[in-house]
Ligand binder design. Structure first.
Ligand code: XMP
Length: 502
């Protein structure tokens, strides 16, 4: 199967390039340096400035050592220019957001595009002088060299981001690049399932796996894969007390309905709450929860016999946001199932979905005949409601948030909005404000409602929920949830916000 290597310069969109390429039927991997196994190389964007010696650079003899087509995007576009003798300088102004670009449509990279295209930019530096043998193929009003090519060397560069939806014909540009390279479109999820089942059988074989399940899509799909591969696995669900209302019963029923054997529930609310007592810092909370999870798994492993592996539903974005495998991306949050792992662990990791994106996992779930109620479930973070209670987690706050959460989900489902949203949930802001109810003064906490639309959680838009729905949610929460007298709506997109609050 043809493979594409995407060199990661640390841009958050690097993985979005991989997803787009996979959707186009070619397997793409994020790499730190090129190797001959790749049919072509894409150089991603990145947060640094190429002129800064501390920023990642292309090795000096990069183009001497590889003989495959190369596409540079944003930072990658600048890095190529510099390494072949061109110049990069600071533009007059930062270009950020949607722009109009004039396109040379005779370039094979821009086949089937219009002379003027909407593109999405995020840069300050720009290529100011082309290397010998290169020609400009695109420009905007503030960036003369927004695209270039050297057809003989099969090198292309674009300053804008084709992987971002706001570059309206971005997918076509990537598709054109795959055509230039002559990639066979052989990557598909059906084959992925067969291969992964084979891999599990080969890698794990007779060894035993203890698998973490939360009832969410990722861990459920990972568990089913293990079951399909006939791996000797035990599935552990930890009731941390930080779950949503009735979650534990629901999860047990889901696994019972699927006929999965060896499903165990561990009740550990008191342990989690006592460890979290007095802890306000989000990263500390995440680490405590992650460590306690692992502790519990290890205890269960000892109780249940000899295990070799710890299974987890980790997916690609979990690793990205915990700054793995990129050396250059900043740590944004340590997701509990990656960043929270203790350094010393007695079990090896088994993460069948670690290279997949959420929508790929959902599609695989459907192919494995999981009901829509599984595959359509909104993502729910590992540390659960603990990171939706800002600051210290207490039983009282948890109970308020659990009730608010069930109200939000019920109303959103009733209005058939659930499937249109990436996520919708309340979070509790334990700051008291004054209110009035039944002629009496109240002094209680705030609930904030977060509803976002997204394709992969890397970027997200706040959802314009109808006012009537927001009103219904607000009224019901204030009336039914003790301790809450104010509901606010979060209108922050990602970036600059994140989806969760902590
Ligand atoms: P943020 O808040 O980083 O979230 O914009 C991106 C996506 O990841 C989910 N999320 C988590 N998932 N463990 C998980 O399994 C975690 O610790 C975690 N933290 C955030 C979040 O719900 C969103 O879909």
């Amino acid at each position: 199967m043809d493979k594409i290597g995407i060199v990661d310069f640390g841009g958050q969109f690097c993985h979005l390039i991989a997803r787009r390429i996979r959707d186009l039927g070619v397997y793409a991997e994020i790499i730190t340096e090129p190797s001959p196994e790749f049919k072509c190389i894409i150089l991603s964007g990145g947060p640094g400035a190429v002129s800064n010696p501390e920023s990642p650079q292309l090795p000096q003899d990069f183009f001497k050592n590889i003989d495959v087509p190369v596409l540079g995007i944003c930072y990658g576009h600048q890095a190529i220019a510099i390494s072949l003798g061109g110049k990069v300088s600071r533009g007059k102004e930062r270009e950020y957001g949607k722009k109009k670009a004039n396109i040379n449509t005779s370039s094979p990279l821009f086949d089937n595009l219009d002379k003027e295209e909407q593109v999405w930019m995020s840069h300050f530096d720009q290529v100011s002088e082309l290397p010998d043998g290169f020609e400009s193929t695109a420009e905007t009003d503030t960036c003369k060299i927004a695209g270039y090519q050297n057809l003989e060397m099969n090198i292309f560069g674009i300053q804008f981001h084709p992987e971002v939806v706001h570059t309206l014909n971005g997918t076509r540009i990537l598709d054109n690049f795959l055509n230039i390279v002559g990639c066979k479109r052989e990557y598909n999820l059906k084959d992925w399932i067969d291969k992964e089942i084979n891999n599990l059988q080969e890698d794990i074989g007779e060894k035993r796996v203890i698998m973490a399940v939360s009832g969410g899509v990722d861990s459920t799909v990972a568990a089913i894969l293990l079951a399909k591969a006939n791996i000797d696995a035990h599935f552990i669900y930890v009731d941390t007390g930080l779950m949503r209302l009735k979650e534990t019963e629901e999860v047990s029923k889901i696994f019972a309905d699927l006929g999965v054997k060896n499903f165990h529930t561990v009740f550990a609310e008191e342990r989690f709450l006592s460890r979290l007592e007095g802890i306000k810092d989000p990263e500390k909370k995440r680490k405590i929860i992650g460590n306690l999870f692992i502790e519990i798994f290890e205890e269960e492993a000892i109780k249940l016999g000899d295990f070799n592996y710890l299974g987890q539903g980790t997916i690609y974005p979990d690793r990205i946001e915990s700054a793995q495998p990129s050396h250059h991306a900043a740590v944004i949050k340590s997701h509990h199932n990656v960043g929270g792992l203790p350094e010393k662990m007695n079990l090896k990791l088994c993460e069948p979905l670690a290279d997949l994106y959420k929508d790929e996992v959902r599609r695989i779930g459907q192919m494995l005949d999981l009901p829509k109620r599984f595959t359509g479930r909104h993502p729910f973070p590992g540390p659960a409601l603990a990171i939706r209670i800002l600051g210290e987690v207490t039983k009282e706050r948890l109970e308020a948030l659990q009730k608010a959460d069930s109200i939000v989900t019920e109303i959103i489902r009733k209005h058939n909005l659930y499937d249109q949203l990436w996520q919708v949930f309340p979070a509790l802001i334990p700051v008291k404000t004054v209110g009035v109810m039944g002629d009496k003064r109240t002094y209680e906490w705030i609930i904030t409602i977060r509803a976002v639309e997204s394709i992969d959680a890397m970027t997200a838009d706040w959802s314009r929920l109808p006012y009537e729905v927001l009103e219904e949610i607000s009224n019901k929460i204030v009336n039914k949830v003790q301790g809450i007298n104010r509901v606010v709506y979060d209108i922050t997109s990602k970036p600059p916000g994140t989806i969760e609050y902590e």
